[in-house]
Design a protein around this ligand. Sequence first.
Ligand code: GZL
Length: 330
Amino acid sequence: MLKKTLAGIAAGALLLGMAACGGSDDDGGGGGSDDGLIVGFAQVGAESAWRVANSESVKASAEADERIGELKFVDAQQEQEKQIEAIRNFITQKVDVIVLAPVVETGWTDVLTEAENAGIPVILADRGIEEADEDLYVTRIGSDFIEEGRKAGTWTTEEFADNDTTRILQLEGTVGSAPANDRKTGFFEVLDSEGFSYELVDSQSGDFTAEGGKAVMETFISTHGLEDIDLLYAHNDEMGLGAIQAIEEAGYTPGVDIEIIIVDGSKAGFEAGAEGKVNYIVECNPVFGDQLMDLVVQVANGDEVEKFTAVEESAYGEGEFEAELPNRKF
Ligand code: GZL
């Protein structure tokens, strides 16, 4: 808590100092001024419709917000090293606030310590990092990924309540990422706590991409066949949609021969649901740009903020997909 407040005060003092000097830093760097805050954003990549929508939301909100002078946006192509390099550049450029969507949970201690030592507060957008580094960022805005997994687990125990043993395949997200770790944790926490009888036949990462989902599903099919598989739990839409391609190419009917859960809630995901190819969709909301900009300003001003702001999200079952499809934003 103390570190958070001190970081915020340091940033606030920087902001006030710059304003008093009536302009940006003489090295052409950032430093809040009459022109607004300079924000560095190290984004994961562009691996999914969710990610593209998230980037669009953040960019649009920064553009529309007069309190924000510049958003320095970096697409790290799902590579942690590129995110670390981006953060180091933001520090050199003396931005006012750093926003990071950490591709994985670990490996951030050094670079976030460098940001702290430079007096630049860090906000996490979307994914989280390991608890050991919790003091190295001020706040996180995003989803409760464990709760998303719990929703998938609860639906599964209800959908297959009459099964002796439900045989499950799992397409995991990026190895080491918070959504992959937590969507798995929440899902099996419910199955186990409910005493639900299941067998996890296989589980591999498709790295949150359609290509990855299709390739892993092809391997699942060639290894296990689908005759005795009840459910595919895919940690995001893209992997689920890629898997559907593989399932159909192998001559099976997705949503019938194998029921499918996906997580995100993209238009394409809901279209697949409306076609009967997906049975349950857990929503993960990427549109939080306005809330993020408010947090940026609060943190730059040294205001006290909550350690975590959860975004609103729901879940949808069969019979709900067509009605919800027009509302989907990505
Ligand atoms: C979740 C986000 C995940 C999405 C995927 O908040 O980090 O990353 O579920 C995306 O689509 O790749």
